[in-house]
Write a protein that binds this ligand. Structure first.
Ligand code: ADP
Length: 206
């Protein structure tokens, strides 16, 4: 049983690396961003509450996020360990998580802010299956997984990316210290090619 957190600024490749790790370790990836987007797509009460926060690049209130994760963790497929992607994002979320699950490892993806904005401008997401990619890696506009036309996420426009980065520095970055003090944090350079970063993440997961 292994519970792993992928920590890092928006655009650091959390989703991509967490998806890969989830497949190779056969444990589910719990992406709070994906869960929120699914709620928004379905128009649930939670989705309606979250959309203004998500679309402006702000954090959804802690109690909403913690409730969503707490419920998901009761599912049978989570019993053998999970990968948290985009959660926790605040000290309150990290503290709440400590009361629910034992964290074994935190992979901290590092990348400079100026690289993030350029990365995000090329990011595309599949509206059908949630697969993400980058224009530099794509041939045509179709999703590599299900062929649906990929789109630009609403919160990936440059002004919102800057807001999300500011939120990351203020609210999420302190978690590096939180987990580092506990001796379970491994930092990985997330710059360079996808293959290079992937190899470093793989090494850190061993
Ligand atoms: P990224 O890591 O690229 O910013 P995500 O898909 O993880 O993208 O998150 C998108 C948005 O969803 C965030 O900007 C925020 O509004 C909301 N969100 C996701 N996870 C959390 C969380 N743990 N706490 C609060 N808000 C969240």
């Amino acid at each position: 049983m292994r519970n792993i957190i992928f920590l890092g600024p928006p655009g650091s490749g959390k989703g991509t690396h967490a998806e890969k790790a989830s497949r190779s370790m056969s444990i589910p990836r719990l992406s709070t961003g994906d869960m929120l987007r699914e709620h928004m797509k379905q128009g649930t009460a939670l989705g309606q509450e979250a959309s203004a926060f998500v679309n402006s690049g702000n954090l959804v209130p802690d109690d909403v996020i913690i409730g969503m994760i707490r419920e998901r963790l009761t599912d049978a497929d989570c019993k053998g360990g999970v990968i948290f992607d985009g959660f926790p994002r605040t000290a309150a979320q990290a503290e709440a998580l400590d009361g629910i699950a034992k964290i074994d490892l935190v992979i901290n993806l590092e990348i400079d802010d100026d690289r993030i904005v350029s990365r995000m401008s090329g990011r595309r997401v599949c509206p059908a299956c949630g697969h993400t990619s980058h224009t530099s890696l794509m041939q045509g506009n179709g999703c590599a997984e299900c062929k649906t036309e990929m789109i630009i996420r609403k919160d990936d426009v440059p002004e919102t990316v800057k807001a999300r980065l500011a939120v990351y520095h203020e609210m999420t970055k302190p978690l590096i210290d939180y987990y580092s003090k506990r001796g379970i944090l491994r930092s990985v350079d997330s710059d360079g090619t996808l293959a290079e970063a992937e190899a470093r993440v793989c090494e850190a997961l061993r």
